[in-house]
Design a protein around this ligand. Structure first.
Ligand SMILES: [Zn+2]
Length: 64
């Protein structure tokens, strides 16, 4: 399944059964490898204020 995850200043999409945890990196649908910070995890008090990654959004729309 696909999910959104904020990391390194953008909200990227990824494919996987679980959301990445802080300090984990993942390869987004756009091809970028990014690392998740605590401030990127809502359960840890983070807020998803960063803009959606346009490339991830395009791939998401083409696959869903
Ligand atoms: Zn992306």
């Amino acid at each position: 399944m696909y999910r959104w995850q904020q990391a390194e200043g953008k909200r990227h999409a990824l494919e996987g059964p679980f959301p990445p945890r802080p300090d984990e990196s993942f390869v987004a649908l756009c091809g970028a490898e990014v690392t998740v910070a605590c401030s990127d995890v809502p359960q840890l008090g983070g807020h998803w204020f960063d803009p959606t990654c346009a490339e991830c959004n395009a791939v998401w729309l083409s696959r869903v």
